[in-house]
Design a protein around this ligand. Structure first.
Ligand code: PRX
Length: 647
């Protein structure tokens, strides 16, 4: 099949869940999973309808479960609901009212715990503050804040009154804030004086100030005092959070909203042009966040759960805020960097809060590996019972390290594949059921019907790499790109005549029906007519003892079409040139001659976005020796490009 992406990664190890885990799991047998999955596929109306009735609190029941074909499917029409009610109020009539909702730790070491009842009170007060500032149902509110409880409070306050929040990650620049404010036509911005990151103050308010000239729709700015740094307050525009909250009433009924009422916009980068405002709506998104987090993380009421993501990304939306709170879980939230004041910070937090479920990203795991086993080994990690990863393919060797060093060979790992657009986890092991294979996100959750297809939409056989698509709608799917419905259709549905959702990732399904993500399709390289996934070459490199992290890109090659260029971060100092040949041979023996690297370049660091994704487009330019015309505003460390060019 000429369209197929050749898969060169061979992985035979498999790990069944421990019997004790299975015995206590919510979904504990393959038959149970199969039965749920089949029902959701064959009769989604009954499957999702029953769950929506039993799991969501409705002010008014819905008339229909789903109406219309993908991509225009509408869910739970006629129903009235509120996401903040779903996360808070309904717990207040149960014993959970005094349970910790958020256990928060600031980077400097300050801590706060908010119970469900306390969180509810703060949310009601801030909802009244927003109303007082003129925010109405349907308005957009930008949140540009550090990882502090007030961010969660502001999100739920927006949800409570039916304002649509748009969170901008605290690492973005004034320019990015202005673009997003304008695109969403935001009325109010909520920010802080600053936030802490590796002991330094991130000047959030100054960035907002610098965006205001170009943010014409914004009328008011609310400023939380976090760092105590100097800020300028513009009269009649800027207000201190604490001043507004002082006299705000703690009574605020949750607005009764339509199921399809817009809950939030979250901007995500596209391959070209301006960022895409992914829009999620209320009932479907909430059902997805609530059910997927319960299935995948198998929450117990006594669990302490920690997702290390920033709330500025979708992972934080769905798996720090909406999913865990809707389930009445205790969720840890940490403000700062994993290596501040030292590389043991995360493990210190796990020990201190007796964390049971830990969810992080492969990029973090690779950093932990580089920093050395001595850091986790200093702390008692025996409370952990389940580990998760998300965000990019995890190399099998990193997976094995995570399992052994962090999980003590006892914790199942859930490698969760999903996207900003999907709203919630799509492919993932069920921790009490699935026998995991390192590097595979395994099987689809109930309600998810994926396929691997060619460019023409033809389904491929087992182990043939192709394009990952979804063939049925699901409740927590994005509804549109804000203000640009044509782009929504074009990006995700036009490729297959509107019939399938195209995720933009390459993947293969193995003989056991397990999915292996091969990265974004634009990360696929073509070597002598063979389409290879850069991620698989990276995995081979990372399996060598010299290598801490690797990024592989294609570059124009006279003979092969594309050659393979590997940027490699070594474990110790930059090794002598002989090491390059060692690594070339290693990749060759690991995956075959076709994948032999043409170039190995050692580097102390890689260009990454602030969410930790390697910016391969920049590396492609460097490998090809071209000047870069790419947007580098989301790059974490601007100086790295110069260093790489010199190298
Ligand atoms: O390429 C896939 C990768 O991240 C993309 C989605 O990025 P974003 O919308 O920022 O959301 C990240 C957090 C959900 C996907 O298209 N990706 C995400 N999770 C995985 C993954 N690739 C492989 N394995 C995963 N578990």
């Amino acid at each position: 099949m000429s369209d197929a992406i050749e898969s060169i990664l061979h992985e035979d190890r498999q790990f069944a869940p421990p019997a004790e885990f299975t015995a206590n799991a919510l979904i504990s047998s393959e038959e149970h999973y199969q039965e749920m999955w089949q029902q959701a596929k064959d009769d989604p109306t009954t499957f999702w309808g029953d769950l929506a009735t039993s799991e969501l609190d409705w002010f008014q029941p819905f008339d229909s479960v789903m109406e219309g074909d993908m991509p225009e499917t509408k869910w739970f029409q006629g129903g009235k609901i509120n996401a903040s009610y779903q996360c808070l109020d309904r717990h207040l009539t149960t014993w959970r009212k005094n349970k910790a909702a958020i256990v928060w730790e600031g980077e400097p070491g300050d801590t706060r715990t908010l119970t469900y009842q306390e969180l509810h009170r703060e949310v009601c007060k801030f909802a009244n503050v927003l109303k007082q500032l003129g925010v109405e149902t349907g308005d957009r509110v930008t949140l540009y804040m550090p990882m502090v409880p007030e961010l969660t409070i502001a999100m739920l306050a927006c949800a409570r009154i039916g304002a649509t929040h748009s969170i901008i990650f605290g690492g973005f620049s004034a320019e990015a804030i202005a673009d997003r404010n304008n695109d969403a036509q935001a009325k109010v911005v909520v920010t802080a004086d600053g936030g802490w990151r590796r002991g330094k103050e991130v000047p959030l308010k100054t960035n907002v100030d610098n965006s205001m000239e170009k943010s014409k729709s914004v009328q008011k700015v609310v400023v939380l005092r976090r760092t105590g740094g100097d800020v300028e307050m513009v009269p009649d525009r800027d207000y201190w959070w604490h001043d507004l909250m002082e006299n705000a009433s703690a009574e605020c009924e949750a607005e009764q909203l339509d199921s399809e009422h817009p809950l939030f916009i979250l901007y995500t980068s596209g391959s070209t042009g301006k960022p895409k405002g992914v829009l999620h709506t209320t009932a479907g998104y909430m059902l997805g966040a609530q059910m997927t987090s319960r299935w995948v993380f198998d929450y117990k009421d006594e669990d302490t759960y920690w997702c290390t993501a920033d709330i500025g990304w979708i992972t934080g939306h769905s798996y720090i805020v909406y999913g865990p709170l809707a389930n009445g879980v205790t969720s840890v939230m940490y403000e700062g960097a994993p290596n501040w004041p030292d590389e043991g910070r995360f493990w210190e937090l796990v020990e201190k809060h007796r964390v049971n479920i830990f969810y992080t990203a492969p990029t973090a795991i690779r950093a932990f590996i580089k920093w050395g086993d001595e850091w986790p080994q200093k702390y008692d990690l025996s409370s952990l019972r389940l580990l998760g990863t998300v965000g990019e393919p995890i190399n099998p060797e990193a997976w094995m390290w995570y399992r052994k060093v962090i999980g003590g060979d006892r914790c199942p790992i859930v490698d969760t594949w999903w996207q900003t657009e999907t709203g919630g986890i799509m492919l993932s092991p069920l921790p009490g059921v699935t026998a995991t294979k390192p590097g595979s996100c395994t099987t689809p959750l109930p309600g998810v019907v994926p396929a691997i297809v060619t460019e023409d939409g033809e389904e491929l056989d087992a182990n043939q790499g192709g394009l990952l698509v979804m063939t049925q709608p699901w409740p927590h799917m994005l509804r549109t790109l804000y203000g640009d419905h044509d782009r929504f259709i074009e990006t995700y549905f036009a490729k297959f005549n509107g019939k399938m959702y195209f995720a933009g990732d390459g993947a293969r399904k193995d003989e056991d029906g397990f999915y292996w993500i091969m990265g974004r399709v634009d990360d696929v390289i073509n070597v002598s007519g063979h389409r290879l996934s850069t991620m698989e070459v990276e995995s081979a490199l990372v399996s060598h003892e010299l290598v801490a992290e690797a990024a592989v890109v294609g570059f124009p090659h006279e003979l092969k079409g594309e050659g393979i260029c590997c940027f490699v971060i070594p474990k110790g100092d930059i090794p002598a040139d002989e090491a390059k040949e060692t690594l070339r041979q290693h990749v060759r023996t690991q995956i075959g001659a076709i994948a032999t690297p043409d170039q190995i370049r050692f580097t102390p660091a890689l260009p990454k976005t602030r969410s930790g994704k390697i910016m391969r487009r920049l590396l492609r330019d460097i490998a090809a020796g071209r000047e870069s015309t790419q947007d580098t505003t989301t790059l974490e460390d601007q100086s790295i490009l110069e260093k790489l060019r010199e190298g």
